[in-house]
Design a protein around this ligand. Structure first.
Ligand code: GAP
Length: 548
């Protein structure tokens, strides 16, 4: 019997967050102490989901890549290798990369509430009442923004909801940066006007000290991206392997950013994981590689179940591009916490030219950027220059020497996990044991990503079914994450698995005792079919293969 899939399941973020907590996907970090804003812990289900995402990425991008063939859409064959570099690196890395001087957001502080906001995220609307015109703001741009602004304006002017029509709104919701005079601005949480400070720069890197002394000499930073660990090892990888250009170096690891306003669940966290590739190629071929990686990465999300209707590839306009980039595209997803029609970044694919390798060689930044604030060392020479090491590449066939260009597909493992969680969430009706429709919540994860691949149940706890079910469980455990459950009505056991997205349930029943067959139930179609016990794994395994 098939499930009545609800075409219109409203992907409510509240419901998704509640499910994540209830079923052990995500918890607030240090929750028993009140939590720490911008930090999240993955529970028993979440850790499996995120691990499966990272494993799928590493498998599909690195280990299963065949360097002898030209993949569809690629200008030629290429090699892929991986690294795992440290979170704390030489401070010079961040000076040369530009993060020390340029990796900041503009912030505004509220003198009244002592809260801090990202300047570019405060939005508001002009509103007038009783001859007074103010700019009422919020820092939460979402489906509820206009309603929030209305409530704030009513409160400020001491009006009741029934008097809402007396407010005269002027123009659409617009960013705070459109406003010159802050004395008429009502800050996002303030009661009085004019409490916001002028915007100031705020560097997003977390600072720490290496060694016993906490002096300026020992300052170090937690990496804000994994990419630099790859660039500084470019030569090591070349010298220790036989890779030739074009090739990519991949890395998965933690990054840290002291975000001013972490929010939207894990979307903008202060500690998160990235899955980055730095792809080194000849400058003349770099545009072709850029297009290849952009399309390849988009398809990867689709192959793992993200609805292409909710995904989009957005090329940056010239004004958005970094000074060194000749092309950047974001893969974006219509997260349910965003207003209709808005998308959030999942991954950026950037053409970085030779900026990074050249900077690590020469310590130069493009003259268009703000110049590095050069400090002088005791010898009177600038303290931070490039490494001075030769990071050029010599083509053994042509003899040409050049600084390779880089294409960088940079994905967030936590954002991907959040997108897969949002996409998977569904509500429908499935029949219970008596055939009566029951509401259920079902997480429709792609089987490769599902935390539990298969659950094994004895139909009832008697007549030898338990022994057989436990034996099947033991056999399947050798291959995958499997769950065993013998308690409660079978319908309830199915629904508990649906809620964590287990794609298959195996049930041992009376017939098993006669012919050693079991039923397999498909989470999405609810189809049930019988297979021999010995064929269980091969039946399930075929659904766990990559589909691209
Ligand atoms: N090396 C390039 C780089 O780091 P980015 O666009 O700043 O580029 C890449 O980050 C990806 O890392 C983003 O697309 C996003 O998926 C993830 N990411 C960035 N900041 C994040 C944050 N505060 N919380 C969660 N994920 C984040």
């Amino acid at each position: 019997m098939s499930a009545q899939t609800s075409q219109q399941t409203v992907k409510s973020m509240d419901k998704i967050v509640a499910l994540c907590r209830r079923r052990g996907f995500l918890f607030q970090s240090s929750e028993i102490y009140g939590g720490l804003n911008g930090f999240w812990d993955y529970g028993p289900m979440g850790v499996e989901l995120k691990r499966n995402i990272k494993q799928a990425w590493w498998h599909d991008m690195v280990t299963s890549h065949n360097e002898l063939l030209t993949p569809p859409g690629a200008p030629g064959p290429y090699a892929m290798v991986g690294v795992d570099t440290t979170i704390i690196m030489h401070p010079q890395v961040w000076k040369v990369s530009g993060h020390y001087d340029l990796f900041h957001d503009m912030m505004v502080d509220c003198r009244e509430t002592k809260r801090r906001y990202r300047y570019d995220q405060v939005v508001g609307r002009w509103v007038q009442y009783g001859g007074q015109r103010i700019f009422v703001t919020t820092d939460e741009e979402g489906p509820q923004t206009e309603q929030d602004l209305l409530q704030r304006a009513l409160k400020f002017f001491k009006l009741r909801s029934k008097n809402a029509e007396e407010l005269q709104w002027d123009g659409p919701v617009q960013p705070l940066k459109c406003v010159q005079d802050f004395s008429v601005v009502l800050g996002p949480d303030a009661k009085s006007l004019g409490t916001l400070t002028q915007p100031r720069e705020f560097n997003l890197m977390f600072k720490t000290y290496v060694g016993a002394l906490a002096g300026e000499e020992n300052v170090a930073f937690l990496r804000p991206e994994t990419a630099q660990g790859i660039f500084v090892n470019f030569k090591n990888v070349l010298d220790s392997t036989r890779v030739k250009i074009p090739f990519g170096i991949a890395q998965i690891g933690k990054s840290f950013r002291n975000e001013i306003t972490p929010r939207y669940f894990t979307f903008r966290s202060r500690e998160f994981e990235q899955m980055e590739i730095e792809f080194f190629c000849h400058p003349k071929e770099s545009q072709q590689w850029y297009k290849y990686w952009r399309d390849r990465r988009f398809q990867w999300y689709v192959s793992l179940g993200l609805d292409s209707q909710r995904l989009r590839l957005r090329e940056h306009g010239a004004e958005e591009l970094s000074h060194y980039s000749t092309g950047t595209a974001d893969i974006e997803y219509a997260f349910p916490f965003l207003p209709p029609g808005k998308f959030g970044e999942l991954e950026g694919i950037a053409h970085r030219g030779d900026f990074d390798l050249r900077s690590h060689m020469e310590g130069k930044l493009d003259p268009n950027t703000r110049p590095l604030q050069v400090e002088l060392g005791p010898d009177g020479k600038p303290r931070w220059r490039g490494s001075g090491k030769d990071l050029t590449y010599r083509d053994e066939v042509t003899g040409e020497r050049y600084v390779p260009h880089v294409v960088e597909p940079s994905a967030g493992a936590d954002r991907a996990a959040l997108a897969f969680l949002c996409e998977a969430y569904d509500e429908d009706q499935a029949p219970d044991e008596k055939g009566n429709p029951q509401n259920r919540v079902v997480m429709r994860f792609h089987p490769r990503l599902a935390p539990i691949k298969v659950a094994v149940f004895p139909l009832v706890k008697k007549e030898g079914m338990v022994e057989i079910a436990r034996d099947i469980y033991g056999q399947l455990k050798k291959h995958a994450n499997v769950f065993y459950d013998e308690k409660g009505a079978i319908g309830r056991r199915y629904r508990r698995q649906d809620e964590v997205g287990t794609p298959f349930c195996i049930t041992v029943d009376g017939q098993t005792l006669e012919d050693r067959t079991v039923t397999i139930r498909d989470r999405d179609t609810l189809r049930q079919w019988r297979v021999k016990i010995d064929d269980c794994w091969s039946e399930i395994e075929k659904h766990l293969q990559p589909t691209h």
